[in-house]
Ligand binder design. Structure first.
Ligand code: NAD
Ligand code: GLY
Length: 365
């Protein structure tokens, strides 16, 4: 097992990455100093796979536990209704300010559980046991928690750092292939925004990653975790612009998701991010700051991950452009794009006219 520390002063925490470590969660929590009752949140699918070893590890470490496994297995879990049910179950279980939450699952369980922890009795600690590749490389790190509103995704939330993150690579063995593949878009993102040699590693090992080679997945999770932790340490609340680079490809992706029938899953987020990164590369070329050679490398790697690189014909580019206007990160009327300069380096640009953005979108359909 390897550990990475997210250094955030009094909110610092350890992220454990390794094979077979879920069954050691209880002792890791004890070592982190958390006391009180553990309220374990998951859904039935993940619960069937991992709740039993989790509960026995917590009990072995001396924790009293209550589990809540009835979260729906889709975005509706991140709702005010489900949040209300979780609070009620926590009260019934006798949770108080000395209790803590343990989330086991992907980004959906993590975001909802983290937000429940952030708000229950004005905030209690939580532990994120991440069981999807997306959660292990992205959502479990950095403390963004929240729920959706009918108007859009992640519109209500809080920054609430976990007290501990457990990323057991063995849990990825049971992950559906489509979940692995779509999370690879976010993995490639880290190579483009931060680390050329990691990008090269992905070029060499993408086939193995797709076959769920656990050694390759361990390296991927470790490197992405390190990069995300370093970014979050420097800009925890997304104020300086640095954390915004984690949204590489996401402004275009947001438009694609909205145009395809909003966030209710007609085009998955990972697929939209893959196409969004190609669009950002195209924009970089038009701005004269990103070479065609690097754009072709980016496109090739995305293709090798089995992800699309063009906007589907059935989507209206006008609707994509319109959908992009609702981006949460918009300041005033101006969209800010994360644009690549080379593989491993991106910049923020707010000087792209709607006409330029439209022609970028058109060129990749
Ligand atoms: P998810 O949570 O829906 O998990 C994907 C599917 O895999 C689900 O059906 C889940 O039940 C199942 N699953 C989970 N672990 C499994 C395992 N080990 N074996 C078999 N099945 C398993 O999806 P996700 O991609 O992990 O997360 C998406 C969510 O993350 C979105 O709501 C998004 O907004 C959020 N997100 C948050 C952040 C953040 O910083 N907080 C960052 C990125 C994304
Ligand atoms: N997933 C983007 C962020 O955590 O800031």
């Amino acid at each position: 097992m390897k550990t990475i520390t997210a250094r955030l002063k009094q909110r610092s925490y350890t992220i454990c990455v390794g094979k077979g470590i879920l069954a050691k969660t209880g002792s890791a929590i004890k070592q982190s100093g958390l006391k009180g009752k553990a309220f374990v949140i998951t859904n039935r699918k993940v619960g069937k796979l991992y709740l039993k070893p989790m509960l026995s590890s917590l009990k072995k470490a001396g924790y009293q536990t209550t589990s809540y496994v009835t979260l729906p297995d889709n975005e509706s879990a991140k709702s005010q209704v489900q949040l209300g049910k979780v609070y009620a179950a926590m009260l019934t279980a006798g949770c108080d300010r000395s209790s803590f939450v343990v989330a086991i699952g992907g980004g959906i369980v993590g975001d909802l559980s983290g937000y429940a922890a952030a708000t229950f009795m004005r905030g209690i600690p939580w532990v994120n046991v991440a069981t999807t590749l997306l959660a292990q490389v992205d959502s479990a790190i950095g403390g963004k928690t929240g729920i959706n509103l009918k108007e859009g995704k992640n519109l209500v939330g809080a920054f609430h750092q976990p007290g501990l993150v457990i990323s057991d690579i063995d849990t990825l063995k049971s992950l559906p292939r489509v979940e692995l593949k779509t999370a690879l878009a976010e993995v490639i993102k880290y190579g483009v925004i931060w680390d050329h040699s990691f990008f090269e590693y992905l070029e060499k090992n993408m086939t193995k990653a797709l076959k769920s080679d656990l050694n390759v997945l361990t390296k991927i999770v470790l490197r992405c975790t390190e990069i995300k932790a370093r970014v979050v340490e420097k800009d925890e609340r997304e104020l300086s612009g640095l954390r915004a680079i984690l949204n590489y490809g996401h402004t275009f992706a947001h438009g694609i998701e909205v145009a395809s029938g909003s966030w209710r899953k007609s085009i998955s987020h990972g697929i939209a991010v893959a196409i969004g990164m190609v669009a950002a590369g195209e924009l970089g070329q038009r701005l004269g700051i990103f070479s065609q050679k690097d754009q072709l490398r980016q496109i090739e790697l995305i293709k090798r991950a089995g992800l699309p690189t063009r906007i589907p014909e059935k989507l209206s580019v006008d609707k994509v452009l319109k959908g992009m206007q609702h981006d949460k990160k918009k300041k005033g009327n101006q969209l800010t794009f994360v644009v690549p300069q080379r593989i491993g380096k991106v910049v923020l640009r707010s000087d792209c006219s709607p006409a330029k953005t439209y022609s970028v979108l058109k060129s990749i359909q």
